[in-house]
Design a protein around this ligand. Sequence first.
Ligand code: GAP
Length: 458
Amino acid sequence: MANSAVTMDKLVALCKARGIIFAGSEIYGGMGNTWDYGPVGVEIKNNIKRAWWKRFVYENDNSFGLDAAILMNSRVWEASGHTTSFSDPKMDCKSCKTRHRADNLIEAHSKGSVNPDTMSNEEMENYIREHRVKCPVCGNFDWTNIRTFNLMFETSRGVTDESQNKIYLRPETAQGEFVNFLNVQRTTRAKVPFGIAQIGKAFRNEITPGNFIFRTIEFEQMEHQFFCKAGTDEMYYREYKEKAMQFLLDLGFAPEHLRFHDHDKLAHYARAACDIQYLYPMGWQELNGIHNRTDFDLTRHQEYSGKSLTYVDPVSGERYIPYVIEYSIGADRLMLAVLSEAYEEETLEGGDVRSVLHFHPAIAAYKAAVLPLQKNLAPQAKELLAKLKKRFAVIYDEAGSIGKRYRRQDEIGTPFCITVDFDTLENGTVTVRDRDTMEQIRLHADEVAAFLAEKCVF
Ligand code: GAP
């Protein structure tokens, strides 16, 4: 793994050229900060989600999946505090009419040495005034005061104007997990501690979206809420920090590209919070968050819904509202990190440069490419392809020289190229080329499926 050579421009170009990610609504001139995943990208993203689900649902003791509705009763967002306080401090540049987040301006100006998270709006305004922080777009110093701006997308339901009701596109998946706490507990007969996991779309009217798929207005979250008894929360918070980090290391991230960042300023309900940051092409940025949310969420939903969310311990009969340890990671943000980490421009003997995505085989869009050495070997190659397709996502390519076909697969990170050649006709063997080492071994065609199954497990 190496990410020193990668720039955002290179990643965007590769993603566009190889069917990984396209600009949203491109033929209409685009729709700012929306992105469409192409044939290769959708496979990679699905594999990322599958790996996360496997780790945090199937392999995680006492953990259950959920797929809650995106549109929720508006009272949910009142209870969660989103209608009143889900906002960013924005400032407009009066000269060039661009909009900025005050905290981002301070962070950039101080090169990270000042933490705006601990500042009030007034303190941020004072800092920007005293340090004459200029507009990063036009270079002028001509700001409005800070105004807060709710990030939730509003829509309405109802068939006539009179019956319209304001509702919101969810800005996080977490609330679906909180409001279903007792539904999941009762139907699974789970005992606290247990977890609920969910993957789904979230929407935020971000003031400063950007950096490709890093911060967008529509994105997917993978969230896990772990319900536990007060007093055990600190232990489970530490445990989830470790689990979150281990997941990334197992995906193949270099430890020196990841770091914990503990929050100094906590939300009023949180007892502890941290991010794991990744060294993206644009620098260290949050990849995921882990929060000890205390009993805030369930208590609020109990209060606002009027329905009890109290857990009754089946052995002791004790009644209490559990604490929540939340682990939340954006699927798109993880995909950007995976792509950055995997990308390499490797100079080969003889001076040629190959672009290659070295990600974990489980994440690769296709586990193998089946290539006939020459077109007249296509029938044998297609026979093998048909067998492999039953178990894996595999791709077929017969166009161009074998070297060019290898390069195309390297660029999308296909871990193995299976070449059907003249020996295949003689003895049934094929060559298997490894993407990373470029070394080749010979296997009997009947052994290829077992080989791929072993290599591609996460
Ligand atoms: N339920 C907690 C929550 O939503 P968050 O820190 O706001 O916490 C969690 O978001 C994760 O979701 C982030 O760490 C990031 O990976 C992802 N995320 C948040 N906003 C995003 C955006 N605008 N675009 C892409 N990913 C985003």
